[in-house]
Design a protein around this ligand. Sequence first.
Ligand code: GDP
Length: 612
Amino acid sequence: EEKINLAARSPDDLRCPVTVIMGHVDTGKTKLLDKIRKTNVQEGEAGGITQQIGATYFEKKTLETQTAKLNATEAFDIKIPGMLVIDTPGHESFANLRSRGSSLCDVAILVIDMMHGLEPQTIESLNMLREKKVPFVVALNKIDRCYAWKTCKDTPIRDALKEQEEGTISEFRSRSADTKLQLAELGVNSNLYWEMGDDDWCNSDFIPLVPTSAITGEGVQDVLMLLCQMSQRKIWKKLMWCANLEATVLEVKAIDGLGMTVDVLVVNGHLREGDKAVFCTLNGPIVTEIRGLLTPPPSREMRVKSEYIHHKEVKGALGVKVIGNNLDKVMAGTPVMIVGPNDEEEDIKAEVMSDLTNLEAKLSTDKVGVLVQASTLGALEALLQFLRVDTQPPIPVSAIGIGTIHKRDVTKISTMNEKGRPEYATILAFDVDIEKDAREHAVDMGVRIMTADIIYHLFDQFTRFMDELTAKRREEASAVAVFPSIIKILPQHVFNQKDPIIVGVEIVEGILKIGTPLCVPALGGLHIGKVTSIEMNGKEQETARKGMSVAIKILNEGNPTITYGRQFDSSHSLYSTLTRASIDALKENFKDALEKDDWKLVIKMKKIYNII
Ligand code: GDP
């Protein structure tokens, strides 16, 4: 029943799919977008390609001419009325294309640099696409970097591959196989699209791979064809135009002469001048009348005369600029709703706020944690997902915010210092401005502000900071912390009896480390000295574990006369000297360095040393 004949319906019933380009930085997302806009366009303005607000619109006939060469061999129909490609590549924009939890993006291109394979943001993007169940094509970009690649400008990829020498083909084969394997390791099945049956990518979760060059255009037709085919064969139900408004705020911008405007992507339904619109702000919902609906003029010549065209009414899917009052606090990435004649305004207000309300509710769990501040609700949600779910161990978040960082935000998070968790007196700021006095206040209050405009960089920074902090704390603690161990001297391996004592020992239990003070509990806790070196098979070691035999050097600076064979000998077991403080330091900083049996040993030794 999936094969319903779309052509039999009125074209008005189908809307154009919304497409986003995602992937790691520098994989070629921007170049690919440019290329898609320019393929087969010789000079001047592209016919059938219209610049909208935040998106580029491709008419059906443009999609047809753009894929004409490929169609000569593949023979496919394009049934969708056009395609809307979001102008800002990257997963933040994907995150913002949402309305009440569901994604307004219909299909996506995930760009992978063929020379690099999967990178951190590739995986982030993959997770987002999978979570929102958005079908996508993988562009294995930069194919032209394969050894001795012969350029075949704007050619379908299989034709271009036919022109290549064997060496080039074999590099391409091995690189695409590597990527396929990396994807498989993440549970994503994929294949070069022409090596899979139509049914594989239409009716299963197999992801089609398309080698591309965003510079010379090989494979770009194939990507477009696959996006069209996926749209009309895999998700056509979602593309049935419906009158219920589905719209999301892409950006809030001040425009000379117009004041604060809101760029909106309308996916379904209409917006009309005079509509009573409801928007989401951090301070609650606002209700305002739509005073104008604008799009850029279709061609460059017209752009000289007027900057925008005014519309009485627009219909999804398209990008449009909305003018109205009180729009300055509207948050990007939130839904737009209209109060209709039969609607209760209060219900609509609650609905518009629901994404934010849900997010705040989800957050109530972390009592201590960093403050996360982002430019848009979608970006904030994406960040929280990465920090609290995808990052291992998760980074706890105690507070969230959207927009510019003010002094009061700094004050709020500085309380982490008083709570004894100075590491969380940190603001992770994503793509937002920081007020000057907020910066100064942060220095005074001991609050760190980390900024980035790539999500990955932000948690990278914080993780690095935490790692450094842990290392520093460990170093401080290692002066105090003593690992538990019981060792036995091997009497036939006594190399030096005193100052320093050098003996072969077996680690009977626990972990012996350089710096460990040793004593003999059986002799009233006689202090033997500190381990200053550990050697195994002639190699210096930091650590020796249960079962190992090593040579150790013991120095007793306070009492250099202590001598093997006089005060003690091989009949005595040597124990690490534990104290309350040393055990606390172990617990604080080396929890995962000790195994279960080591902790058991700590408990046993606590009794021997009478530590309460
Ligand atoms: P983005 O960060 O993903 O948007 O990447 P860009 O589109 O800015 O491209 C990053 C760099 O890779 C630029 O220097 C591009 O010229 C280069 N690049 C992008 N696509 C290709 C490609 O297909 N082939 C080659 N050789 N270089 C490319």
